[in-house]
Write a protein that binds this ligand. Sequence first.
Ligand code: 5GP
Length: 133
Amino acid sequence: MDGEGAASVARSTMVPMTSTEPSVFTKIVAREIPATIVAEDDRVIAFEDIAPKAPVHVLVVPKTQAYANVGELAAADPDLLAHVVQTAQRIADERAGGQFRLVFNTGEAAGQTVFHVHAHVLAGDLQEGTLAS
Ligand code: 5GP
């Protein structure tokens, strides 16, 4: 095998830099796990939370799992973060008269369980004083 052939084999068998296991949300993007999808485009997907905490509880998730939390996303791709927020607004416009709470749990101590950045869109008669429970 000549040098270029060996190099191309090496490239084709290289493990990608981000060879982490697919997150549960990546599996939803790939339709490997079912979900009630309410919006989707090339950059984000939005679906009903499996354990809703409010009458409207939708997760808006970047399709890439490169960012574990909103701080990482903001630092690396502010346009994508803005798109997540705009998608949340559109969903709230459609379902809750445009009024909503947007939550990004960040870190285990803040209740984060899925380390693939996502926004919780919560709406529907939320009361004052219920920000954390
Ligand atoms: P976190 O606690 O990380 O902020 O939020 C993770 C959210 O993902 C939780 O509200 C949880 O109910 C939701 N979730 C976890 N697994 C699934 C799943 O397989 N399908 C859906 N639709 N939601 C999920």
